[in-house]
Every structure is written in structure tokens, then in C-alpha cells.
Design a protein around this ligand. Structure first.
Ligand SMILES: *[C@@H]1O[C@H](CO)[C@@H](O)[C@H](O)[C@H]1NC(C)=O
Ligand SMILES: [Zn+2]
Length: 597
């Protein structure tokens, strides 16, 4: 009670003051960077004051409204409405700017290059028919001369056979006169399947396409064209991969777009060794353009292997490499996730593992032996069980005397997605301290069909847990480009368990889907700040505004706690700052920066 009264008071007072400054006096004081000559090098120190600063997502210490930044770090966090600050080095005047500050947000699971590529490809998300897909492809081809040649395939992402009424085929693309003969590779919404055109299929010599691929599926009904999971490895070598220059363009587009959403950093959930090298080169050589903090999980050239020659730890303020990504199974949408018991809507299958349990355990062992955090993609309850088995056996080796007071146990093993977990295994996660890396918008995208796949019992005890895993410091993210990267949509999905695009729950769940698993606003924000930081060994450094932390912050028009739940999903960030540099400023309709209230 008292806290919120203070909060309202400060809000009123500061907005009143800011209004006065902006309107009546135009500018009372100016923001003057203070330069200090230090043994030849210049250190810039600058202070910022806002109407409110939320230094930490849980504590609402609303008396704080200013901070000082030096060399990309916060060096002081303080409270000072409009008074002039003086210090020994000289005088610094600080303008109170309108806006409310949050710590910079992180996406705990995304794919940076793929997202950049997505921004430069055909958006098929939400398409409701094959005809709609063909029309989007035609529009793209018309506006991108040369697209679809043998060297420059048309790429797309976002189709879903459930919306199309069945699996698509190469013939469907070939039947369109405008698209006939073009090389195309279109990923399913969850990127676990890809749909290619006839010219791509024609690259295979007769008999080159095997009948079956272990851990994958070649769809043959109603016709050829779609390759899932491990079968995608047949297509990938044929695709003329973007070169480094093109990848640089993708990465810059991705960073810009992510900053727009309020993101200052992300966990890249699977980066090939050569791309890690590219990240290193670009971030070291073009620090001006590399504006996003990336925690990259190494993915060996050959999936689910140990590649010690590529296990190079690296750490700078903008790129950190010390983890590996392994894959236990596929996705729920295509019945690819590995279940203990068969699917409720397809009793003939319980999905498939991409790797067997003994290999998964051996790999986890090998990677943790070289000091890498092991992050396993696991969706189905069997995949999650095997991931936990693997972690347990690695921990037993690390801590032969038991887990209780084993100092070396700081492995922070993670399960990426952690979507469907048997209750027994949820209990084991707590015992072992396994971090769940959760995408709240996956829950709200899958809720329409999840119960059909899983049945009511598994759905209510195993699926898309959030609240009951809270003590494990969940990392929250979006899995962009699978879902949009906007963290406020993720926060909304976590808080309401409703779809952030429609504001709706599925039929029969209008008030939100299994809201017993919903998080509070603070808990959800934690997942995008402190949880993400902990999952990347960056606690105290990222996701918080305090002395010594990265000077990363986001400016909003209104304090978050003043927004209604429905406003939450539509939050538009005003500014994003990374390392004390403004990397995004929203423009109004006239192209002017939004400045004052
Ligand atoms: C697991 O897979 C590996 C590699 O594919 C294979 O060598 C091994 O025999 C398999 N183990 C079991 C128990 O199936
Ligand atoms: Zn992913």
C-alpha cells in the first residue's frame, strides 16, 4: 500500500516537473557528457534521469530515477529529480527526460541469423491456404528480381499444414505459372520441416532419396516436397548458403529489429562453428554495428556430436561462448516430439528421438568435462526424461559425494523448451537444479491443439508448465523467428496464458489456458531479465540496473505497472540503449523522434 502510494506520488510529481521543463521553459538544463582525461584515454561519463527507473524487475524501488554510465557500465544509480549534480571532477547537469525505464530485456532462446534471414525472406506465418501462400510467394518474386534462381533460392518460413488442411507438395508450387521452375525452400512454422519446389527435388539423382531417414521423415503423401527433422539434412547441402557478406546484412537487420522490441541481448540457440567465427570477427572488427549482446550456444557441424576442436570458450561484452546445444527430439506440431506414451490423436506413434539415451548421456558428459554448459532441446516427455537422465549422470560424476554440498555443481544445465515433462521428472529437475528455458508464446500458439495431441491428463499435469517450475529460475524467450521476438507478447502470454495477437484463449478456455501455470508480471519480466542472465552466467551483469552492470535499458511511455493486462501485449518501446549507446528510438508518424509526453 505505502509503496504504491509513494509510487503514484513520484509519478505525478515527476511527470509534472518534466511537463514544465518541456513545455514552459523548453529546456531548463541540458544533458552534458562529462569527459575525463585519464592517462591519455578518454572516458565518457554521462548521467540520465527519467520519470521512473525500475532497477530490478521485482523490487520496485521507485525513488530511483537516475543513473550514471561510464565505459558502457552503470557506475551509479541514484535519485535526483531535477537538482544539478556536482562532483569533484566538475559539474554535471542532468535533464529529467520523460519516460519510464526498465532493465534491458533479453530473449533467452532465439536464432539470430535465421531471424535475419527471415527478415529477408517470404513471411508465410498465418497463411490459411495454399493459394494464400502462392500469392505471397508471387508478390515476393515480383518485387525481388532474380529470386528463385539456382544460386539464390527463395526462402520462406511460417507455413503450417494444419492450417492448410494437409501437407503441401512440390507440385503445388510447380502448378503456379509464375513460380514454375523456381528454386524454393520454405520452412514449416516450427522449422522442423522444410517444403521444397520441383527444381530442388530435381537436384537429386534418381535413387538418391532414401526410403527412410532415422530421426526424420520424408513426406510422400499426398506427394513429395516436405522433409522433416533429420531428413532436412538431405536438402541443406543443396542449398546455396548465404556468404559472409549476406550474413552480415542478415545480422544487422536482425539486431535493428530486436532493439525495436526492447531487446538488448539474446541467447542464440544453436550456432555453427563457422558462424561463431563470423560473430567474433564482426563484433571485434565492427563494434559500431554489433549492438546486440549474444550468448551463443555452439552447435557442432554434425548435430548431436562432440566437436572439441570447435569448443573454444570466448567472452567479450558482446559475445559469449561457453555452452553447447544438443537436440533430443522434434516438435509437437508434426508429432515429432518423443513421448513416453503414444499421442492421444495418433496412437500409432509416440514421436521420435533424434538421438538415443546412451549417446545423449555420453555427449553431456563429454561437453561438461570440457567446461561447457549443456543445453538440450527437449519437447516430449520422453526427450525431457532422457535429458534429465543425462544431466543426472553428468552431475553424479562431477559430484561423486552427492549433490548436497558439491561446490563444483555450477553446471546450469538447461532444457530448451521443456514443454512436456512427466511429474516424476519435474521433481527430479528440482533435485538436480536443471534450468527450464521456456517460450510462453509457444504455449499460447500450441494451446489450440496441444490437448488433442496429449489428452487432458498429460495436458494438465505435464504440459507447458511455468508457475510450478518457477523456483528453477526459468529463462524466458520466444524462439524467434518461430514466434515474433517481442518480449512484451511473451510477458502477456505468460501472465494471461492467452494469445498475444488475439487476446483470446482457446475454445472453452476463454479466461486463459491453464491459468494455474500463469506467472505474475514480475515473474514474467524476471524470465526476460534476471532469469536469462542467470542461464547465461551473467547474473548481476545483465538484466538489472545497478552499479557494475551493463548499461542497457529500455524506455517506455508509461510505467509497466500502470498498464492494464490488455495494454501489455501492445507495449511499444520508446528507446533502447545498449552499453550506454542509444540503439533504437521510436519515430512518430512524421518521422520525428518521440521525445516528450
Ligand atoms: C545409440 O546410438 C549410437 C549412435 O547412433 C549407436 O552407436 C549405439 O549403438 C546406440 N545405442 C543403443 C543402446 O541403441
Ligand atoms: Zn529454437
Amino acid at each position: 500500500m505505502a509503496a504504491s502510494a509513494v509510487l503514484v506520488w513520484w509519478g505525478l510529481r515527476l511527470s509534472f516537473l518534466a511537463g514544465c521543463i518541456a513545455i514552459v521553459l523548453t529546456r531548463l538544463v541540458h544533458q552534458i557528457p562529462l569527459s575525463l582525461e585519464q592517462s591519455g584515454s578518454t572516458t565518457t561519463q554521462q548521467s540520465f534521469c527519467y520519470q521512473g527507473v525500475r532497477t530490478d524487475t521485482t523490487a520496485s524501488d521507485q525513488n530511483v530515477n537516475c543513473f550514471t554510465v561510464s565505459d558502457g557500465r552503470f557506475t551509479r544509480v541514484f535519485s535526483s529529480p531535477v537538482e544539478t549534480e556536482t562532483n569533484d571532477e566538475g559539474e554535471e547537469e542532468v535533464e529529467v527526460q520523460s519516460g519510464y525505464v526498465l532493465p534491458g530485456l533479453w530473449d533467452g532462446h532465439g536464432h539470430l541469423l535465421q531471424y535475419g534471414e527471415f527478415l529477408h525472406s517470404v513471411d508465410l506465418f498465418g497463411s490459411q491456404s495454399v493459394e494464400e501462400i502462392l500469392s505471397r510467394l508471387r508478390a515476393y518474386v515480383d518485387s525481388h528480381p532474380g529470386a528463385g534462381s539456382k544460386d539464390e533460392w527463395v526462402r520462406g518460413i511460417g507455413w503450417d499444414q494444419m492450417a492448410l488442411g494437409g501437407m503441401p507438395t512440390a507440385d503445388m508450387l510447380e502448378s503456379d505459372p509464375r513460380l514454375k521452375g523456381l528454386y524454393m525452400m520454405l520452412d514449416r512454422v516450427d522449422v522442423h520441416c522444410t517444403w521444397v519446389s520441383q527444381p530442388v527435388l530435381s537436384l537429386f539423382a534418381p535413387g538418391d532419396i532414401p526410403d527412410e531417414v532415422p530421426g526424420g521423415e520424408i513426406i510422400r503423401d499426398p506427394g513429395m516436397g516436405v522433409f522433416c527433422d533429420n531428413a532436412m539434412d538431405l536438402i541443406m547441402p543443396l542449398w546455396p548458403r548465404p556468404d559472409r557478406t549476406k550474413k552480415g546484412v542478415f545480422l544487422r537487420s536482425a539486431m535493428k529489429e530486436l532493439h525495436k522490441a526492447g531487446l538488448v541481448g539474446m541467447h542464440d540457440a544453436g550456432v555453427f562453428p563457422h558462424d561463431i567465427n563470423l560473430y567474433r570477427t564482426l563484433s571485434e572488427e565492427n563494434p559500431e554495428e554489433w549492438t546486440l549482446r549474444v550468448y551463443a550456444m555452439l552447435e557442432c557441424k554434425e548435430r548431436n556430436t562432440f566437436c572439441p576442436e570447435d569448443a573454444v570458450r570466448y567472452s567479450s561484452d558482446f559475445l559469449s561462448v561457453r555452452s553447447v546445444k544438443l537436440f533430443a527430439d522434434g516438435a509437437l506440431g508434426s508429432w515429432g516430439s518423443a513421448m513416453i506414451d503414444p499421442y492421444s490423436d495418433r496412437p500409432d506413434t509416440s514421436g521420435s528421438l533424434l538421438v538415443n539415451s546412451s549417446t545423449l548421456t555420453a555427449l553431456t558428459q563429454q561437453w561438461s568435462d570440457v567446461g561447457f554448459q549443456v543445453n538440450i532441446h527437449a519437447i516430449g516427455d520422453l526427450a525431457n526424461r532422457y535429458a534429465i537422465d543425462a544431466f543426472e549422470s553428468a552431475l553424479q560424476k562431477i559430484c561423486p559425494g552427492g549433490l548436497a554440498d558439491c561446490e563444483k555443481r555450477d553446471t546450469r544445465f538447461r532444457i530448451e523448451h521443456a514443454q512436456i515433462i512427466h511429474p516424476d521428472d519435474q521433481t527430479r529437475m528440482f533435485k538436480l537444479g536443471v534450468i527450464p528455458s521456456i517460450q510462453p508464446t509457444h504455449a499460447t500458439s500450441d494451446m489450440a491443439y496441444a490437448e488433442k495431441r496429449l489428452g487432458p491428463e498429460r495436458t494438465s499435469t505435464e504440459a507447458y508448465r511455468m508457475k510450478s517450475l518457477l523456483k528453477l529460475t526459468p529463462v524466458l524467450g520466444s524462439d524467434f523467428p518461430v514466434e515474433p521476438p517481442n518480449p512484451f507478447e511473451g510477458v502477456y502470454a505468460a501472465v494471461t496464458r492467452k494469445n498475444p495477437h488475439t487476446g483470446q484463449g482457446p475454445k472453452g478456455w476463454e479466461g486463459g489456458w491453464h491459468t494455474e501455470q500463469a506467472l505474475s508480471l514480475e515473474e514474467a519480466l524476471d524470465g526476460f531479465t534476471k532469469g536469462a542472465a542467470y542461464g547465461a552466467f551473467m547474473e548481476g551483469k545483465a538484466g538489472v540496473i545497478k552499479e557494475g552492470a551493463f548499461a542497457d535499458w529500455v524506455v517506455l511511455d508509461k510505467p509497466l505497472e500502470s498498464l492494464s493486462v490488455e495494454e501489455l501485449r501492445k507495449v511499444k518501446v520508446r528507446e533502447t540503449w545498449v552499453g550506454g549507446r542509444r540503439v533504437y528510438a521510436r519515430e512518430d508518424e512524421d518521422g520525428e523522434e518521440v521525445k516528450d509526453l
